[in-house]
Design a binder for this molecule. Structure first.
Ligand code: FPP
Length: 246
């Protein structure tokens, strides 16, 4: 079912972030290896990328690999990295066709050289696509991001580039990986767990959260539309009262 008619195109979230969870359990349910879940997770990524562009959302950020994911069995990590390279190579056309530029956040230098190079290549190849941004969070951890920001700001304070009194939200924002992205309006987590797992902790202060039991490989355009319809029913008060807003 296409829920397009239920979506108010004037009130679209400008930036959606997704914690793609449940690949392993999806595979287990089918009596398959976890890797099979990731392969089908990559197929869901392609469909959802096409869907967010079609719906008209400008920014999508996907949590593809966390700093903690390095602790998974070596074979699973290797396979995920291979899958990333394959998907990046394969989906350049999808990115061009949908006028999407690729972006990445995280400790990218920790990625295997082949992944890093492919990622940089696709970022370069798609940099003139003007309309939409797809950000992959890779080797990403929010606490690490904040630690880095604190370190960079401290060095600037030490060198008299910033005075401590001038440190405000915008200074912090400028030192995060997400510095060029707008606020996250809607965060979706698939797979039934209700936690944030070290993702965009600072950035989601006023984000609307949406949890669904659907495992990531089963997540479709319709599920994305359902999340947006749900988002549009909410009143975002940013700490104010309803009366102040109206
Ligand atoms: C979480 O499921 C998913 C991941 C850790 C990896 C996400 C990767 C993909 C969707 C595939 C490739 C990505 C791109 C961008 C092409 P899980 O393994 O934690 O599932 P579980 O909670 O059921 O074990």
């Amino acid at each position: 079912m296409d829920l397009n008619s239920k979506i108010d195109t004037k009130n679209l979230p400008e930036h959606i972030a997704i914690i793609m969870d449940g690949n392993g359990r999806w595979a287990k349910q089918k009596g398959k290896l976890r890797i099979f879940g990731h392969e089908n997770g990559a197929k869901a990524v392609k469909k959802v990328v096409e869907a967010y562009a079609e719906i008209g959302v400008k920014n999508l950020t996907l949590y593809a690999f966390s700093t903690e994911n390095w602790n998974r069995p070596k074979l699973e990590v290797q396979t995920l990295m291979k899958l990333l390279i394959l998907s990046l190579k394969k989906e350049i056309k999808t990115l061009h066709d949908n006028d999407i530029k690729l972006n990445a956040i995280g400790n990218l230098k920790a990625l295997p050289t082949m992944v890093y190079r492919e990622l940089m290549d696709v970022i370069e190849i798609t940099k003139n696509n003007g309309n939409r941004t797809l950000t992959l969070a890779l080797s990403y951890g929010s606490r690490e991001e904040l630690i880095n920001a604190v370190k960079q700001i401290s060095i600037k304070v030490k060198n008299n580039i910033i005075s401590p009194e001038k440190i405000d939200e915008s200074v912090i924002n400028e030192h995060l990986y997400t510095r060029n992205l707008p606020e996250v309006d809607l965060l979706i987590r698939t797979g039934g767990e209700k936690r944030i797992s070290n993702f965009l902790l600072w950035q989601i202060a006023y984000t609307e959260l949406y949890f669904t039991n659907v495992f990531w490989p089963d997540f479709t355009k319709q599920h994305l539309q359902e999340a947006i319809v749900d988002y549009q029913k909410r009143e975002r008060r940013f700490g104010k009262t309803s009366e102040q807003l109206s």
